[in-house]
Ligand binder design. Structure first.
Ligand code: ATP
Length: 388
């Protein structure tokens, strides 16, 4: 249908971007397809709709010159090929109609610039000016143009590189990594909403620590989530050390990700120790303490959500609650399990007891095997008491 419609109105049309990439990767089920028309995307969408049974409605986004059509479960987005030019002083590009090649030039990565022709004459022909297929095979994230140009045109692409590396288990090309390291500060001009979309995708990937490690190594993380990088490092006084709570946090996030796909529980794991940086103290008699870090941490969750323009709703309250209570079950293990302590825990956790126990189990990651075993055994006792 797409092919016939394009030929009917005599425009070149291509499938481009994520769909083509995932097709070659044999990756999952596609939910959306991007179609580029060398001409009007809106007109093409209308023609396609005419040819479909029931003529599904075309949603037109006038300001962007794009259109969306739902074909069964698939959302098909139609855009006209664009040429973008960025100037030093403006964050928004000048946009004009362009060729397919122009449109491929403005893409973020070679693997996202692959296009398949839809017109009958060359149906299925791959247009791959930047050797994206080769990069798919060697599992490389690489910008189509000089990374300095691609990343300065839209600095969000720095995080997108890391997002794709984390989602696909790909490496980022060395020049691109260097460009990110050299210009991490450029991320400051990008809107919080766009950053959070990518952060959520990193958190939703199979092993989120891959993405967070890259964010850390390129120094993007200290600009986006300084609360986390403040947890890094081990201090030693009088021969007493505490654990590195940053690297510990990444372990906890990976652990919980084995158990749940819920992004808010993964956020809770990511933030569960943030109160520890501002509450850290050393006492001669007891050593390192983080007294009151749970309260501080749950307050910081609110501030962090507000800053990142994350929704200040029940999901935030869930994250706050888990941060507030996350060390409680483990403290009960340490202090010996009493029924009243367990009863209070059940009461305070309310509807989120299972989530809390999942987070706590993910949190027991101590490297010392004996301690780990002791925790685990005692933790089971707490869980069993709860189930009784
Ligand atoms: P996913 O399925 O994980 O969302 P995707 O590749 O579809 O992956 P989108 O963010 O939906 O990711 O982007 C769709 C396509 O649009 C990309 O494949 C890329 O070609 C292009 N694109 C999106 N954002 C940018 C950007 N900031 N700069 C350049 N090209 C972009």
């Amino acid at each position: 249908v797409l092919s016939e419609a394009a030929d009917d109105i005599n425009v070149e049309a291509y499938v481009i971007g994520g769909f083509v990439r995932d097709f070659f990767l044999k990756r999952g089920k596609a939910e959306d397809i991007d179609v580029v028309a060398v001409g009007s995307g809106i007109e093409l969408a209308k023609k396609v709709s005419e040819k479909l049974p029931g003529k599904p409605p075309v949603k037109v986004f006038k300001t962007y010159g794009t259109a969306m059509l739902k074909i069964f479960d698939l959302e098909v987005e139609f855009v006209g090929a664009r040429k973008e030019s960025y100037t030093e002083n403006s964050r928004n590009p000048e946009v004009e109609q362009g060729t397919l090649a122009d449109d491929q030039n403005r893409r973020d990565f070679t693997i996202n610039a692959l296009a398949l022709q839809l017109n009958k004459k060359d149906f299925g022909k791959l247009l791959d000016p930047f050797k994206g297929l080769e990069d798919l095979k060697t599992q490389l994230i690489k910008t189509p143009l000089d990374p300095e140009v691609t990343f300065s045109d839209d600095p969000l692409r720095m995080i997108r590189a890391i997002r794709f590396a984390s989602q696909l288990h790909f490496k980022i090309d060395q020049k691109s990594i260097q460009a990110i390291k050299d210009h991490a500060e450029r991320i400051d001009i990008v809107s919080k909403e766009r950053i959070v979309t990518e952060l959520n995708k990193i958190l939703e990937s199979e092993k989120p620590s891959v993405g967070f490690k890259l964010l850390h190594d390129t120094e993007l993380l200290q600009r986006i989530l300084p609360e986390l990088t403040h947890l890094e490092g081990i201090d030693e006084i009088d021969g007493q050390k505490h654990k590195d709570n940053f690297w510990h946090t990444l372990e906890v996030v990976d652990n919980i990700s084995l158990e749940t796909k819920d992004v808010w529980l993964r956020w809770a794991a990511l933030l569960h120790d943030i109160g520890k940086a501002p509450t850290k103290r050393f006492h001669k008699k007891i050593g390192w303490t983080f007294h009151g870090h749970e309260f501080k941490g749950s307050k910081m969750v609110y501030q962090l959500f507000k800053r990142l323009k994350l929704p200040l709703n029940d999901k935030m309250k869930l994250v706050q609650k888990l941060v507030l209570l996350s060390s409680r079950p483990i403290a009960i293990v340490d202090d010996d399990v009493t029924d009243s302590a367990v009863r209070r825990l059940i009461f305070d956790a309310g509807d989120h007891l299972d989530d809390l126990m999942m987070l706590c189990e993910a949190d027991i990651t101590t490297k010392n095997p004996n301690r780990y075993k002791k925790y685990h055994n005692n933790f089971k006792v707490v869980r069993n008491r709860i189930q009784e």
